[in-house]
Design a binder for this molecule. Sequence first.
Ligand code: GUN
Length: 299
Amino acid sequence: MKMGQIIDGKMVAESMKASIAAEVKELLASGKRAPHLVAILVGNNGASETYVANKVKSCEELGFSSTLLRFSPSITEEELLQAVRDVNANEDMDGLIVQLPLPDHINPDKVMETIDPAKDVDGFHPINIGRMAKGLPAYISATPQGVLDLLAYYKIETAGKHCVVVGRSQIVGLPMSILMQRNHPVGNCTVTLTHSRTKNLVEMCQQADILIAALGKPEFITAEHVKPGAVIIDVGLTRVEDASKKSGFALKGDVLFDDVIDKCAYITPVPKGVGPMTIVSLMKNTLLSAKGLIYPKNN
Ligand code: GUN
């Protein structure tokens, strides 16, 4: 049987980065300042440290300004909210992300709702989620946007297809399900959103033309879940201990790649699939903010 085509997220991300960098050069040439992304990191969760470092590095590569605000895990909720309000008020800052997870004594919803929706380049504010659901201009969260961009790049037909999303997280599964059903060039799917309480998950997945795995369980999806010729999008990214790696861990997706590769039409690998697209989407949202394209600026 013919092997599935591997979707090269790294290559697509590099080409999108090049066009973003070119747009930044144009902004600067027209006398405007560079887009400016602010990241807030509370504590020192290993994965969060890596994610934030990669975001700052991407800013440097693309000609953006970046500011990393680090706080001790003992910061109070009110102190953190005040830091968010300070960024909201700063006209030289276009985008703000508060890296999740936050310590237990801080309510993440309160933090997200304090971010100015016009600077919420993660697309986590209820106003942006609501505007996305209504099809109004909104910041769309980075990972789901990256998946849409990959489907568009590979010209994968979505209209009329059955898309099964596994996992209902606020960051990926839920927005993904809303986006895939929209009347939009990448959309118009019939969507089933499955989760930990779904009965007959295997049978549900077997009906998917497009299967989006975003449950955070390494190598959970196997050949038995896959309809022949399906498109598989693996959003999983879990650190699993691996003594053979210098870092001490390996990154695993939610799909058992070797088991499904001969059965699917397309698949995103882990790493170098969806992951590299996430940061590009964040940069794209920050550029949109700098240009006032989602929420027009007064100046
Ligand atoms: N934690 C895991 N993914 C994300 C993300 O996309 N944005 C933020 N702010 N925190 C995260």
